[in-house]
Design a protein around this ligand. Structure first.
Ligand SMILES: Cc1cc2nc3c(=O)[nH]c(=O)nc-3n(C[C@H](O)[C@H](O)[C@H](O)COP(=O)(O)O)c2cc1C
Length: 398
């Protein structure tokens, strides 16, 4: 076995937390949330397969820190009423000797949640909310300083509950066009106060969130940041600024960064690469109006990005060279050769689609070493199924 595969499969520490190996299941919203907004048996068994399959740590995807932080009403949101479900989830992962992280997020103004408690989704600046057109929420309302303080408190309280219910690490979502990245991006943040304008100002809210989460969990608990390398739209975040975002998050106290890119709201294919998800999304969309909108905007919004292995390698290297914290590679680490490259250069690797295709990937790598073939062909049907009532699956396994 190569030295790199040895490294991949050997234990490693993240702020004192020992993982049995360096493979972390990436956050992939599975669309299997229970009606009360918590994880149930289906989500547990989905992640349990990944835990039994040998990963060092799995990640419970997109845990909104309040009900209005959900892009869709079918997403999870952290509240007291799901305490026992969260505990069952982490107990099950621990029974399989895997560690478990939760991705904490807020959608900001990017929302199609029909059951919003507030009148409108809230973001950095007033704007049109294309995702909400068909759901009667076509506009984004500018957050007041009081709204900002409120969401920061939600992150704090959610972090406390996650830690109390057995999560070993937390991943804050600073990317992909969700609430915190809407403040970081000059495309969506048009504020004239101390939360807008210069990068220091645009980072004020995300850094306050990080501070609040850190305060909730303490210094000796792993806090990871998933960030964007670029938005992939004109006037959006570009790589030069993103490297400074990484440096600021590092200084702000993250233990590790995951450099991703693109935005679910404006340029989703950039973060996946491979076959377009638009046709699948049209098929699974319930709202006839949204179906029509997707058909119309599909070609503009879902740009072509042919799949290639390690498609965020250059950006991830630049982040690594700028920060002191650990860097977790994500994006197209499917082949053994790519995993070896990732291990030569980074501390951990996050894997999404290949672990949907083969939840026992780590055990198989251990057995088959350099001969391992994953088989994910990046058809991205899994990603187009996030809105499907049965949740995601790999259709190649059908
Ligand atoms: C079905 C699916 C759902 C996803 N949901 C999320 C999510 O909830 N949060 C997130 O940060 N990224 C999400 N992603 C993106 C992945 O975390 C990851 O960045 C991307 O798939 C690239 O990694 P991969 O090449 O290993 O799949 C999702 C990806 C897929 C395929």
């Amino acid at each position: 076995m190569s030295q790199e595969l040895d490294k991949l499969l050997s234990p490693a520490k993240l702020n004192g937390l020992e993982l049995r190996n360096r493979v972390i299941r990436a956050a992939t919203f599975e669309g299997m949330t229970e009606e009360n907004g918590g994880p149930g048996d289906r989500l547990i068994s989905h992640h349990r397969m990944v835990a039994d399959g040998g990963v060092g740590m799995t990640t419970l995807a997109y845990c909104a820190v309040e009900a209005d932080g959900r892009v869709r009403d079918t997403m999870m949101y952290v509240h007291e009423g799901i305490r026992s479900q969260l505990q069952r989830f982490t107990d099950s992962m621990h029974d399989a000797s895997a560690k478990v992280s939760a991705q904490m997020a807020h959608c900001g103004g990017f929302s199609q949640n029909r059951y919003l408690q507030k009148k409108r989704p809230m973001g950095p600046s007033f704007a049109v909310n294309p995702a909400g057109m068909a759901y009667g929420i076509p506009f984004v309302q500018e957050m007041t300083e009081g709204d900002i303080d409120y969401v920061i408190q939600c992150f704090h309280d959610a972090a406390l509950l996650m830690k109390e219910t057995g999560f070993d690490a937390l991943e804050i979502h600073f990317g992909h066009g969700y609430g915190l990245s809407q403040f970081i991006s000059p495309k969506t943040n048009k504020r004239g106060d101390s939360y807008g304008g210069s990068l220091i100002n645009r980072m004020r809210y995300p850094l306050r969130v990080l501070e609040a989460v850190r305060k909730a969990v303490g210094d000796d608990f792993p806090v990871i940041g998933k960030m964007g390398l670029m938005d992939g739209v004109r006037g959006g975040l570009e790589i030069e600024e993103a490297i400074e975002v990484a440096a600021m998050l590092d200084k702000g106290g993250v233990d590790a960064l995951i450099p991703s890119g693109g935005t679910s709201s404006m340029n989703p294919m950039m973060l996946f690469r491979g076959d377009s998800i638009v046709n699948g999304m049209i098929e699974t969309e319930d709202s006839p109006l949204m179906k029509m909108a997707l058909k119309m905007i599909g070609p503009v919004m879902f740009k072509k990005y042919p799949y290639e292995e390690l498609y965020f390698l250059d950006g991830a290297r630049r982040v690594r060279d700028r920060v002191n914290c650990k860097v977790i590679y994500i994006g197209g680490a499917t082949d053994v050769e790519s995993l070896e490259t990732a291990m030569r250069e980074f501390d951990f690797v996050q894997i999404g689609r290949p672990l949907i295709k083969d939840p026992a990937m780590v055990n198989h790598l251990r057995e088959q070493r350099g001969e391992y073939k994953n088989g994910c062909n990046h058809c991205n049907v899994c990603a187009s199924l996030i809105g499907h009532r049965d949740g995601i699956r790999c259709v190649l396994n059908d």
